[in-house]
Design a protein around this ligand. Structure first.
Ligand code: SF4
Ligand code: SF4
Length: 368
């Protein structure tokens, strides 16, 4: 969690970097540092969220530990980022949600699963629950369509409102201003490219991150891509399935080679590869440039992604068996938990980093 001490440490490091300038050109953070004269807590929060944690500056720094200056920008920034997630979260949760994020995510997900399994068991008799559902009713024989859409819609809606309020607060602290103006429009394509390509996750020359030591690796970037695009494929699968069902009147479950199933399977596999790869990088990486306060939320996020994708693929693989009902209930519990926890998990970093990238591009444009 951010403390006056964490702010003080980050400020001191930034001031030394501004004088040293050895890492100019390493990443967008050093460029943004030069464009901001001040070094307020809000400036530091902005720079911290711009940092992609590639660790290039840590391994390049002549003032990194054991030097007495002990400059460790990635670690300082990861502590400040964690506080951003807590400080701007709305509705504001008890601090323990972020302080013990791993435990909170695991407990909430287990509760959500217990609730969905209990409710679906109440909707069907045990004899109707534990049997294959090969008829047209399919998944909706277990959870009626109206209930599924209402609950999922409410969870996604709450999550979107919460993220919007948080983002607004962060934007205001970074410098405010209208989101839609000429400058934003001029830089928008660059920002979209930065987000989709993760260009900044590879240092100035694009060699990659220093996950374990001085050697460069693009594994983190690829894992991030697999997770992000896996999520996009799963979302596309849900949208296509909704069109099939509600526009074309084609009821689920769909054949293995249908568009929703192919997109969902591809997305689920990408999710698993990305999350497992991230887990491996974290387990084998050098822990020095990371704040310990981030570890719980990192593992919680990866665990949630893995069970989300794994349960979705299990529903798909076993949909013609008597186990489909319980697997579907478990999967829906995890989906519910995923969306309700989104504003309070590490996954929220996506919106803050995108906003920081947009702000950086606007300030760069203004400085020309
Ligand atoms: S990280 Fe170290 S080497 Fe790089 S600019 Fe800062 S003080 Fe200089
Ligand atoms: S860790 Fe990477 S992205 Fe973060 S400040 Fe250092 S060089 Fe820039």
């Amino acid at each position: 969690m951010q403390t006056p001490e964490a702010i003080k440490t980050a400020r001191r490091a930034i001031e030394i970097c501004k004088a040293c300038r050895y890492c100019d050109g390493y990443c967008i953070v050093f460029e943004a540092m030069e464009l901001r004269r001040g070094c307020t807590a809000a400036d530091i929060g902005y720079l911290a969220n711009l940092c992609h944690n590639c660790r290039n500056c840590y391994y390049a720094c002549q003032y990194a530990p054991p030097h007495e200056f002990a400059i460790n920008l990635p670690k300082s920034f990861s502590e400040i980022r964690m506080d951003t997630y807590r400080r701007y979260a709305w509705p504001h949760p008890p601090d323990i949600i972020f302080r013990r994020n791993g435990v909170a995510v695991a407990t909430f997900t287990a509760l959500a699963i217990a609730i969905t399994v209990t409710l679906t068991l109440m909707l069907r008799s045990p004899s109707g629950y534990f049997k294959p559902h090969l008829d047209q009713a399919g998944f909706y024989a277990i959870v009626p369509w109206k209930i599924m859409v209402s609950v999922a819609g409410a969870a996604i809606g709450m999550s979107l409102v919460s993220l919007t309020v948080s983002l607004r607060r962060f934007w205001r602290d970074m410098g405010g201003g209208r989101i839609f103006n000429d400058r934003v429009i001029r830089v928008l394509s660059t920002v979209i490219y930065d987000v989709l390509s993760l260009r900044n996750m590879g240092g100035g020359e694009g060699h990659g991150c220093n996950d374990r030591d001085e050697s460069f690796s693009r594994a983190r970037r690829y894992c991030h891509h697999a997770t992000f695009y896996g999520f996009m494929l799963c979302s596309a699968s849900t949208i296509v399935a909704s069109v099939y069902d509600h526009v074309l009147n084609w009821r689920a479950p769909y054949p293995l080679l249908s568009i929703p199933v192919v997109l969902g399977t591809g997305g689920g596999l990408c999710f698993i590869v990305g999350a497992a790869g991230f887990g491996l990088i974290k387990l084998t990486g050098d822990p020095s440039p990371v704040s310990r306060s981030m570890l719980g939320s990192d593992y919680a996020m990866l665990g949630l992604l893995l069970v989300l994708a794994g349960s979705g693929l299990a529903v798909l693989a076993l949909r013609d068996t008597a186990g489909m009902s319980i697997l579907l209930a478990i999967h829906l519990g995890i989906v519910l938990s995923f969306f309700l926890l989104l504003p309070y998990s590490k996954l929220v970093h996506g919106i803050y980093r995108t906003a920081a990238l947009l702000r950086a591009a606007m300030e760069r444009e203004a400085s020309k």
